[in-house]
Design a protein around this ligand. Structure first.
Ligand code: TRP
Length: 456
């Protein structure tokens, strides 16, 4: 039943899987989204729930997802079909793969728009656009970018083209090459910024904002956001990590792998948060500014530090690379499926996926200007513009739902002996803890958090 290798190839080394999966996990979710969501949701209480979700749900689900991919050795859609058949279960479990493919395209569309902002900022910073500017001037620059549909679409198009050009080349020439050098470099740059933040007076305030928990700030809504974000930031719930797992060699220690990825991802997010909030408080800015937060804060630090234009350019460039290695993993599952199951070549499949995601992305870009009045609503549950709609639909609904189904499948549907052998957790205790998390804690947690808004 198990095939030794997927038709798309296999990672060249143990470290490559970790690098690629970390490349997928570390992206705009860490540097752009985590800080702004922490700001919008009031700070430390959100961070605490997020950390809990990462440990008790995210990391165990990641292990489950890799396990599925490595046993199925195919795209998530075909992997789920195969494994459902093997377990004697209904083929509807393939739905996990289908929903994931859809979620991947939807995320890719708005992700590419935001990554486009980072490309634009690399360009602006390189020209010294922010040197000596005040907080207001920096905000105005961002406002002007958002108000300009042509420019937004242009940067979005550029980023989408970059993403596809890697996906087209498959895992060896494309994916591996991109992550090997750039991820460590990003980490070093972030560390440098953190050291800079520590020299600022507002660093203590930033620490308190992120870690001094005040539970009165916690709402059902922000708990759902924290859960959704823990899936988003670890690239879980849509098959990205499952697809990468299919290219993973046997005999690699899964527990160590997932903990490494989870820790790296979390450390990057916390570092980004500390840096950004220090700049927020230092300049009397608003922590709850929303999606614009990163773009209104970081340029200010670069405006003030010596050599800021150069440092800023390199930094934004690395953010673009982090987004790039993540975006690739959003397209990979569907493209891999199309290559396996249709007559399309990798190139054709990548083009089709790209055109669909690009078109939806144009809608997201217009949500900031021409279509800012177009709202999507269901009763009085929510009223969102197109960008927010895609974000919330995927992050708060599709990803946790995908994670829930994965837990049920691995925890309850698959043969226990197979799961045990595949998880390959060397200590029986560890296996028992993981099983408990996947069978009970994660599914119940996800269900309660997801159903909570409906019960109120
Ligand atoms: N994790 C990435 C980030 O934090 C985004 C991402 C890549 C993703 N692949 C994914 C999110 C799959 C959800 C599902 O930027």
């Amino acid at each position: 039943m198990t095939t030794p290798q997927s038709i798309h190839g296999i990672w060249t080394a143990r470290w490559t899987f970790i690098l690629a999966a970390t490349g997928s996990a570390v992206g705009l979710g860490n540097i752009w989204k985590f800080p702004y969501m922490t700001g919008v949701n009031g700070g430390a209480a959100f961070v605490l729930v997020y950390l809990l979700c990462i440990t008790a749900i995210g990391i165990p689900v990641m292990l489950a997802e890799i396990l599925l991919g490595r046993r199925g050795r195919a795209s998530p859609i075909n992997t789920m079909h195969k494994l459902a058949e093997e377990a004697g279960a209904t083929k509807f479990w393939g739905g996990i793969g289908w929903m994931g493919a859809l979620a991947g395209m939807l995320i890719l569309s708005f992700y590419s728009v935001v990554a486009g902002w980072a490309v634009a900022y690399t360009w602006l910073t390189a020209q010294g656009a922010f040197t000596g500017e005040s907080a207001e001037q920096v905000s105005t620059t961002f406002g002007n970018l958002l108000a300009n549909p042509r420019e937004l679409v242009w940067w979005h198009t550029l980023f989408m083209a970059m993403t596809l050009s890697v996906v087209v080349h498959g895992i060896h020439k494309g994916l591996e090459r991109a992550v090997r050098i750039l991820m460590p470099l990003l980490f070093l740059m972030l560390l440098g910024l953190l050291v800079y933040a520590m020299t600022q007076d507002a660093f203590g305030q930033s620490l308190a904002f992120m870690f001094a928990v005040d539970f009165s700030k916690l709402s059902g809504d922000s708990i759902l956001s924290a859960l959704g974000h823990s899936f988003f930031t670890l690239s879980l719930g849509m098959g990205a990590i499952m697809a990468y797992g299919a290219y993973m060699a046997r005999g690699q220690n899964l527990a160590k792998t997932v903990v490494t990825i989870g820790v790296l991802d979390t450390v990057v997010a916390l570092m980004a948060g500390l840096v950004i909030f220090t700049i927020v408080f230092q300049n009397g800015l608003e922590p709850a500014a929303g999606p614009s937060l990163m773009f209104q804060t970081l340029p200010l630090a670069f405006a003030k530090m010596p050599g800021g234009a150069l440092i800023g350019t390199v930094f934004f460039l690395l953010v673009v690379f982090a987004a790039w290695t993540s975006a690739i993993s959003l397209g990979e599952p569907v493209v891999a499926w199309a290559v396996e199951s249709t007559r399309l070549t990798r190139l054709q499949a990548a083009l089709i996926v790209g055109v669909i995601a690009w078109t939806l992305g144009v809608g997201c870009a217009l949500a900031f200007n021409l279509w800012s009045d177009v709202k999507f609503s269901v009763g009085n549950l929510f009223s969102l513009n197109f960008f927010d709609l895609l974000d919330k639909l995927t992050t708060n609904i599709m990803l946790p739902l995908g994670g829930l189904l994965i837990c049920i499948f691995v925890g309850w549907v698959m043969d226990r002996a197979i799961v045990r052998a595949e998880a390959d957790l060397h200590h029986p205790q560890l296996y028992r803890v993981w099983s408990f998390l996947v069978q009970i804690v994660a599914p119940v947690g996800i269900l309660v958090v997801m159903l909570n808004p409906l019960l109120q």
